[in-house]
Design a protein around this ligand. Structure first.
Ligand code: ATP
Ligand code: MG
Length: 230
């Protein structure tokens, strides 16, 4: 008899540019998992000039964090839309206060986080990545001019729409983002230590197979490319 498997409640944590978005895209491609990205969702709000976007834009441009209250509002509405399916969070929670709010939200309505993956990539590798990074704002798809270029320069592979450079992807703002990561987000590693694993690598190609192995071994999840052959 098949063993009961709880739905995946995954958090990807890691410094700016550690590949959370890229890994999320791959997980989504290979498994039935909804992706909630606080950064993607904020950038969409900024592009649409929504109330949330207007309130968040200045802090984001400087590399500072948006307030916990605003983030909670945003993520709550995203979580309401995915109900009880497998999901993964990328970019939220990012402070101890946000983690407490999320934990209590999940206890009331859903299963708590059951896996936290800490992505560790050397800082000098990351800086090179963000300088070359372009994004498709509506979908959050990420391209890199050196190792993952779009098929047509400056355009998204799927929709053909134009790509943008994130205003916070420059060396000065990156410094602020890294500092904020160390002071505000790194304490979460201890908060989630019971459900956390750390995966290291210089490239997302090195790290992704390790993530996949964890999802298969811990949750009995089957990558789509293998489903048809069994
Ligand atoms: P990367 O996308 O390369 O992993 P990152 O983690 O710095 O880098 P995003 O997660 O896209 O970037 O976030 C971009 C900006 O959005 C942050 O610098 C911050 O201003 C804001 N932001 C995103 N998530 C949160 C959050 N949970 N709390 C507060 N601010 C946030
Ligand atoms: Mg991201």
């Amino acid at each position: 008899m098949a063993k009961f498997q709880p739905p995946l409640r995954l958090l990807l944590i890691g410094s700016p540019g550690s590949g959370k978005g890229t890994q999320s895209e791959r997980i989504q491609k290979n498994f039935s998992v909804s992706h909630i990205s606080s950064g993607d969702s904020l950038r969409k709000n900024v592009a649409q000039k929504s109330d949330i976007g207007l309130q968040a834009a200045a802090a984001m441009a400087k590399g500072n964090l948006v307030s916990d209250d605003l983030m909670t509002l945003l993520i709550k509405s995203e979580l309401d839309q995915v109900n009880n399916a497998n999901w993964l969070l990328d970019g939220f929670p990012r402070t101890i206060e946000q983690a407490r709010i999320l934990d209590s939200m999940l206890i009331k309505n859903m299963q708590p986080l059951n896996l936290v993956i800490n992505l560790v990539v050397p800082e000098e590798v990351i800086l090179g990545r963000i300088i070359d990074r372009w994004v498709h704002i509506p979908s959050g798809r990420v391209y890199n001019l050196s190792y993952n270029p779009p098929k047509v320069a400056g355009h998204d592979d799927v929709t053909g729409e134009p790509l943008s450079k994130r205003p916070d992807d420059n060396p000065d703002t990156f410094k602020v983002r890294i500092q904020n990561y160390h002071t505000l987000t790194a304490p979460l590693l201890e908060h989630y230590e019971k459900v956390m694993i750390t995966l290291k690598g210089n490239t997302s190609d090195e790290i992704y197979p390790q993530i996949e192995r964890e999802l298969v071994n811990r949750f009995g999840m089957m990558p789509r490319r293998l489903e048809t052959s069994s």
